[in-house]
Design a protein around this ligand. Structure first.
Ligand code: ZN
Ligand code: ZN
Length: 102
């Protein structure tokens, strides 16, 4: 199940479950949209993959207990800021490749 991490891994901005700014890679590395665009260049610093908007888990029990009340968001903060220079070097050969071809 998607972990719904509470903050941006780079800037530590709060990303509550209903945030429309949360972005995730396939490993659930979680960043805010501004960091993905302005710092990361849509290259995950941990895996090199691209990002997509994180889906919002329903807050209401529409069906079968599949909602935040039963499956709450994670509270474990993972704050590992990237070094912008190191990331730029890492991403230099990756960012021009579309995520679906990486
Ligand atoms: Zn951020
Ligand atoms: Zn990743």
């Amino acid at each position: 199940m998607l972990e719904l991490r509470p903050t941006c891994e780079h800037c530590n901005k709060a990303l509550p479950p209903a945030s429309t700014e949360a972005r995730i890679c396939s490993y659930e590395c979680t960043f805010c949209a501004a960091c993905v665009d302005e710092v990361l260049g849509n290259v995950c610093p941990n895996c090199g993959g691209g990002f997509v908007p994180r889906p919002v888990r329903p807050s209401r029990n529409w069906k079968g207990d599949n909602y935040l009340g039963h499956d709450p968001a994670s509270t474990r903060v993972r704050h590992k800021p990237v070094d912008p220079d190191a990331h730029a070097r890492f991403a230099a050969g990756i960012r021009a490749i579309p995520p679906e071809q990486r």
